[in-house]
Design a protein around this ligand. Sequence first.
Ligand code: R5P
Length: 310
Amino acid sequence: MKVLSGTSNLKLSKDIATKLKLKLVNSNIKRFSDGEIYVEINENIRGNSIFVVQSSSTPANDNLMELLIAIDALRRSSAKNITAVIPYFGYARQDRKVAPRTAITAKLVSNLITNSGANRILTLDLHAGQIQGFFDIPVDNLFATPIFSRHIKKNIKSKSFVCVSPDVGGVERARALGRRINAGIAIVDKRRSAPGKSEVMNIVGYVKNKTCIIIDDIIDSGGTIVNAAKALKDKGAKDVYVYVTHAVLSGNAVEKINKSLVKKLVITDSIDNSKKIKNSNKIQVVSISTMMAEAMKRISNSTSVSSLFK
Ligand code: R5P
């Protein structure tokens, strides 16, 4: 087994490789002066199982294209099989036609990755589980919930937790975390008037004097989380902590979180945010590298990946 890194999150790739006691595949990934991407593999990989690690985070189009070109280079270098390790699978929020005459980008991206030559996908907290069905190759979708529950148990002292889903789509995730930390759930009734704009209509569930743990797959503009925290506080919540897998953190999201009623935002390193968050003492990162490395080892050895979550 060998690990090739794209350029979206080199730190995570290095951490994964270190956990696997491997060196990253020697490669050149460069841009031509017009922006086109060039990938060259500088070592023999004939007959190897290759894991190519690349998130389709910002700049999403460049990072996605880089992944496709890297897979093509690996295929043409006679890799035995290629697993696309996509810690953050971008374009996933358009997973159905939200209005007439719109695209389903999650399906389009799945087709592109498959047709470029990937044999398998390893990803984390897909926006919607059913995106697995957009692929006709095996997909292993990992969950950050065990990492988050360990972090909560170690760092937050409370006798009265409630796990909060910031929208109806995330209820299953809140329930899964609730099971692990022995808490009930509450749901924010969120409406979106336009992409990037959200409004809280109501809170379903009892949050008064409780330590609320909001769990979500993505924080993008931060609007969902900031509004949910305010609504929970208005309903008498004691504290509001937030756990989010993929920190897209676009625009002034970090500033919004810093000024918000959120006590702590815990994110993973599926997206490299080291520069964006370095001055925020409200945002903390937990690493997925051990879990990703373990899943890759299990895929390589053909042993169970799902048992990681038992
Ligand atoms: C939506 O369904 C997602 O789970 C997130 O809640 C959403 O993408 C967050 O976006 P924003 O931070 O821009 O409100």
